[in-house]
Design a binder for this molecule. Structure first.
Ligand code: UDX
Ligand code: ADP
Length: 454
């Protein structure tokens, strides 16, 4: 029986390993993590992440061929294939701060593998990492352990949060990069055999290490600007801003790579993508403030949605964080509701500095128990009650189906709605009496007449 160990029980490691366990009954999969709380949650009825369909998959396999454990060393030593799916946040200090990926977690995982391995291992790079990381990791492994054969593969993950299980069931492609040596090819075949349990052979693309790493970065970046005609119209929906753990980080990585390779003009080009995304968020805040008579001081504003997109509880780089901070800067009172994000997480996000939050929780500052001017509620109707305005910041389906007449009746007048995801029926809402702003759509006469919109 092939034994797989995955280091990192997060948004990538958890769902990916659960699906591998489900589709490969002959493979034993153990997901390990240093965060005890997270592992406990994976072993409980309340999983640490929300992802449609994930509960079912975990229930079917857990205890059979899927295990979650904090025994990192033992499980690494026992396995044949090790996936590394630890976090790779953007560096906050030192060389490349604010751009380059922080590979501390990756490096410590690699050193741990070197320390505890007693047999040959295939080590699979799963997190999105800067190009050429595989080579660096290869060096750490081979220099720290003589006599054991480590073969490195790059197998970038293309799943998107919120649709992770479907993406894993039916991937557009599985990319496996490895060395063009006999050992490299053998390792590629071993991993290909795992995926071949459910993925058609022609969708499993095998290439070299560098190409696999670069493809992932480039695919994410081209998604983010949505200008590649091959991607099609699915990714051209205007929003209050893109978020998530990948896009900004990958663009900043690219900026760093360009700068290191003497291409400052190209670096500047990519920097602009992040700048425009930041501008989009501050523009939204300005629109809210200027529409409401240029002040939101002490006004209650309902925030519907905090996750970076629907069907996930993940808030990494969520545009809601910057929008809420902007409104709080103008002294608004916020009443926040999201179906999946916890109160603790929201308070943490609103009190934390940029980039801190992608680090493991034990390294993060403690979350405050409350923030003046912010209340977090468990229902959309409670959030909007007595508010002057509503900001929709995540496209959750339940916000499309609210009884907007009831919402309107419970609000202060004039009642404003700022739809940052274009999900409401603006025509219908105007009939009820709302003043409506939708991203990228023509303005209500009311809003047009308001001064000083950025
Ligand atoms: C992304 C990539 O799509 C995936 O291939 C990669 O493996 C990881 O990064 P993810 O971060 O889960 O996935 O979310 P994605 O669906 O790509 O959305 C990213 C952000 O862009 C979200 O904040 C989303 O709301 C926003 N977005 C997306 C838009 O604003 N408009 C769109 O049309 C699409
Ligand atoms: P992603 O979205 O890439 O899956 P997450 O932050 O959700 O990122 O998950 C990464 C996980 O990796 C975290 O739960 C973190 O505790 C874990 N991790 C980081 N370093 C190590 C390590 N050396 N050993 C085990 N787990 C680690």
């Amino acid at each position: 029986m092939v034994k797989i160990c995955c280091i990192g029980a997060g948004y990538v490691g958890g769902p990916t390993m659960a699906v591998i366990a489900l589709k490969c009954p002959n493979v034993q999969v153990t997901v390990v993590d240093i965060a005890e709380q997270r592992i406990n949650a994976w072993n409980s009825d309340t999983l640490p992440i929300y992802e449609p369909g994930l509960d079912d998959v975990v229930k079917k396999c857990r205890g059979k061929n899927l295990f979650f454990s904090t025994q990192v060393e033992k499980n690494i030593a026992d396995s044949d294939i090790i996936f590394v799916s630890v976090n790779t946040p953007t560096k906050t200090q030192g060389l490349g701060a604010g751009k380059a990926a922080d590979l501390t977690y990756w490096e410590s995982a690699a050193r741990m593998i070197a320390d505890v391995s007693k047999s040959d291992k295939i080590v699979v790079e799963k997190s999105t990492v800067p190009v050429k990381t595989a080579e660096a990791i290869e060096r750490i492994l081979t220099h720290n352990k003589k006599g054991i054969n480590f073969t490195i593969l790059s197998n970038p993950e293309f799943l998107a949060e919120g649709t992770a299980i479907q993406d894993l069931y039916n991937p557009d492609r599985v990319l496996i990069g490895g060395r063009e040596t006999p050992d490299g090819q053998k390792a590629i075949n071993a991993l290909r055999d795992v995926y071949a349990n459910w993925v058609p052979k022609e969708r499993i693309l095998c290439t070299n290490l560098w190409s696999a790493e670069l493809s992932k970065l480039a695919a994410n970046v081209s998604h983010s600007i949505g200008t590649d005609s091959r991607i099609g119209p699915k990714f051209l929906n205007a929003s209050v801003g893109f978020g998530g753990s990948c896009f900004q980080k990958d663009i900043l990585n690219l900026v760093y790579i360009c700068e290191c390779n003497g291409l400052p003009e190209v670096a500047n080009y990519w920097k602009q993508v992040v700048k425009v995304n930041d501008y989009q968020k501050s523009r939204f805040v300005n629109r809210v403030v200027s529409s409401m008579f240029n002040t939101v001081s002490s006004k209650k504003i309902a925030i519907l949605g905090f996750a970076f997109k629907k069907d996930t509880g993940d808030t990494r780089e969520a545009p809601a964080i910057d929008v809420c901070k902007g409104l709080l800067g103008d002294k608004a009172r916020l009443s926040i509701y999201d179906p999946q994000v916890t109160e603790d997480q929201i308070l943490k996000d609103l009190s934390m500095k940029k980039f801190d939050k992608d680090h493991p929780s034990h390294l993060q500052p403690a979350s405050p128990t409350s923030i003046k001017q912010v209340s977090i509620v468990s229902d959309a109707y409670q959030a909007v009650k007595d508010s002057h305005g509503i900001c929709i910041l995540t496209e959750w389906d339940e916000f499309k189906k609210l009884d907007y007449q009831k919402v309107f009746d419970s609000m202060q007048k004039p009642a404003f709605i700022f739809d940052g995801r274009n999900i409401v029926d603006a025509h219908q809402l105007r009939k009820i009496g709302f003043i409506v702003y939708c991203i990228g759509k023509p303005l209500d006469p009311w809003l047009k007449d308001m001064p000083s919109v950025a």
